[in-house]
Design a protein around this ligand. Structure first.
Ligand code: TRP
Length: 449
């Protein structure tokens, strides 16, 4: 096998994995999903999914990667070999690679929206903007395929530019400063929202304990989003784990990352809903929510243009480090199995994903009427297919493999937990998470039928 690069220490691994986890999922997707799925019901289930499914499965995925020391497809083959079971397990790795590319197809388009908002903020477009104007600005962006194409292309080039150079490119170091900076700016935003927005309503909307509002669809979406937000189920975390040295505690790293990731999403949610309620915006506005609500805050606060520009820059950065992890499994597989150079592989995959993104961006305007299945547009189909089906399915299979096929000693070797903690992980991984995922799938089949 070719020389594999490795993380220098626990800190760089943690930053890279946090960089993968923290992205548009927290800042763009979680807030609007909360609104679309009835507020607090969704939040509650989402938090439960993070703790009972997300955290244990993140540990599972890292341990699989570190044991295999390979890309997901060959890695699963190696592990299956070690467990003396069917090599077909490798298709689990294969499925993950495809899933990652499908996600990137729409991720890049939304990344493009963020890039365009950096410029808008810097140009002062948000100054004194009202809710209605802000919504109109966003609608104008969606209505312009050329603008969307331009920014989608820039985002893809940025992503592939880093991927072509390989891990250890230095991006993780930038994470070191930029993720804390994102938190800091968020606190400023939150403070501002608190002073001018309707924080009480936001809090009530997100955290009132109303179990009656929990619907099956909310549960389904919350589980899917727990996977999406933690980058689980497609091998991204597995590849990162494969570059990880042996002396690092998987459990502790996982808990830190999951907490940071979840907190960040919920803070953005609060900041946004305080503005949404104070400005009479629609909580269930969907994917445009942050682009319609945040400019109002930036447009009225002192230094708003500057703070807004910085904010969207940091979001773009977070999206960038996530996007990279969506392609890394496929690139690792190609370079470890063929003579194709990393750079050429990157260009090839980049063009394919770019084309997919073009279809996605057209689904917001020219191809708005095009429905793929169940009345879903191209964007919605890709989003639902990956988040609610492919990622949980990948996670389920990984949990079953680690829990029932791998030797217990091998698992314990990697996790290195004390007995009580190991029992916890095993119960969650072997029983709780699989049952939760299966239950959700059964429900999905009911709905589809
Ligand atoms: N977790 C990222 C976010 O929240 C998106 C992401 C990156 C992802 N890599 C992934 C999602 C792998 C699922 C699988 O924005």
């Amino acid at each position: 096998m070719a020389h594999r690069s490795a993380w220098k220490n626990r800190w760089t691994f943690m930053l890279a994995t946090a960089g993968s986890a923290i992205g548009l999922g927290n800042i763009w997707k979680l807030p609007y999903m909360i609104g679309v799925n009835g507020g607090s019901a969704f939040v509650l289930v989402f938090i439960a999914c993070i703790f009972f499914v997300g955290i244990p499965l993140m540990m599972t995925e890292i341990l699989l990667g570190r044991r295999a020391q390979k890309n997901p497809l060959d890695g699963m083959a190696t592990l299956a070999n070690e467990a003396k079971t069917s090599l077909h397990w490798k298709w689990l790795g294969g499925m993950g690679m495809v899933t990652g590319l499908l996600i990137l197809g729409f991720y890049s388009v939304i990344g493009g929206w963020v890039l365009s908002y950096i410029i808008e903020a810097a140009r002062g477009v948000f100054t004194n903007v009202t809710g209605a104007q802000s919504t109109a600005n966003f609608d104008a962006l969606l209505a312009s395929p050329l603008t969307l194409l331009c920014w989608h292309t820039v985002f893809m080039v940025m992503t592939m530019g880093v991927v072509a150079r390989g891990v250890n490119s230095g991006l993780e170091k930038a994470n070191n400063i930029l993720i804390p900076a994102l938190f800091a700016i968020l606190l400023v935003l939150l403070g501002y929202s608190m002073s001018v927005g309707d924080m009480a309503a936001a809090y009530q909307f997100m955290f009132s304990l109303d179990f009656s509002k929990i619907t099956p669809v909310a549960v389904l979406s919350a589980l899917g989003h727990a996977f999406f937000s933690l980058s689980l189920g497609m091998g991204a975390v597995m590849v990162y784990g494969s570059y990880l040295k042996r002396d690092i505690s998987i459990a502790r790293t996982t808990v830190y990352i999951a907490l940071a990731d979840t907190m960040l999403g919920l803070l953005v949610g609060l900041a946004i809903y305080a503005l949404v309620f104070a400005n009479h915006l629609e909580p269930s506005a969907g994917p445009g929510l942050i682009f319609q609500s945040l400019p109002i805050a930036f447009g009225h606060m002192p230094w708003g243009n500057l703070i807004g520009t910085l904010f969207f820059m940091l979001v773009a950065f977070a999206a960038w480090t996530s996007a990279i992890s969506l392609v890394e499994p496929a690139i690792a597989w190609i370079t470890e199995n063929t003579k194709i150079k990393r750079a050429s592989a990157t260009v090839g995959l980049g063009i394919m994903v770019w084309l997919l993104g073009v279809a996605v961006l057209l689904s917001f305007n020219e191809w708005k009427g095009v429905k793929i299945v169940f009345g879903l547009s191209i964007f919605e189909t890709l989003d639902k297919l990956t988040s609610t089906i492919l990622l949980p399915l990948g996670g389920l299979l990984m949990a079953i493999f680690a829990g029932y096929w791998m030797k217990k000693d091998h698992v314990q070797d990697e996790l290195n937990l004390n007995d009580a903690h190991f029992k916890w992980w095993r119960t969650l991984n072997n029983i709780v998470a699989p049952i939760a995922i299966l239950a959700v799938f059964l429900y999905l089949f009911e709905v589809i039928k």
